[in-house]
Design a binder for this molecule. Structure first.
Ligand SMILES: [Fe+2]
Length: 208
């Protein structure tokens, strides 16, 4: 009969069996911040900042996912360029998601993470599950950017006012600048431009 090994230092039985299906109470609740952090930022400041950053995080995760949906579902003559562009923007938004979430944790807060919680929090309009035409895809993405750009400017100003320079820098240098640039790249696709033949001037409007 096999004998069980005993760790003589701890007197615990050593067992190779994984301990599965474990659960325990949360170690920190959502909408709280750690009390003692050596950041020289008061708890009320960190609470307000993490609350606003979680809103920004929910909207950024939603916009990121809207880009992947658009990347998969796009159709038509511009399929290839939009398929690639949507995925590039998706990757850039993914980096923002990580930066925002880690900023929340660095401030002692708790980041939103799961899809159901994000869906309850975001202010970006939910699209249908089915496919939509390109102008609608582009319009939805631009609307999503607009929600974020509006909020992040308010967040940046408030962060500066409260002395949270790190959050201000993240908001302006990363989130705002990336969203402004991506908005430009999308908007140019909605200009009604002739593809082959330039528009001829109307009769009687030529130079004198
Ligand atoms: Fe892909």
């Amino acid at each position: 009969m096999a004998t069980k090994q005993i760790d003589t230092r701890t007197n615990h039985r050593i067992n190779a069996q994984p301990r599965l299906h474990q659960r325990a109470p949360e170690i920190q609740s959502y909408r709280t911040v750690n009390h003692a952090l050596p950041l020289e930022l008061e708890e009320p400041v960190r609470l307000e900042m993490t609350e606003q950053l979680n809103q920004l995080l929910a909207d950024t995760i939603t916009l990121r996912d809207l880009y992947k949906k658009s990347h998969w579902q796009v159709a038509g003559p511009t399929f290839y360029q939009l398929h690639l562009l949507f995925d590039k923007h998706y990757s850039e938004q993914s980096e923002l998601v990580d930066s925002i979430a880690e900023r929340i944790q660095a401030l002692g807060g708790v980041s939103l993470a799961m899809a159901a919680d994000v869906a309850e929090t975001t202010r970006i309009e939910r699209p249908p599950r089915g496919r939509e035409e390109v102008p609608v895809q582009l319009s939805r993405l631009i609307d999503g950017h607009q929600v974020i750009v509006r909020q992040v400017r308010i967040l940046a100003r408030r962060a500066a006012q409260l002395g949270d320079d790190g959050t201000n820098d993240l908001a302006v240098s990363e989130v705002l600048r990336t969203n402004e640039l991506q908005t430009w790249f999308l908007s140019e696709h909605l200009v009604n431009m002739p593809l082959v033949k330039a528009e001829e001037p109307a009769v009687g409007t030529g130079a004198a």
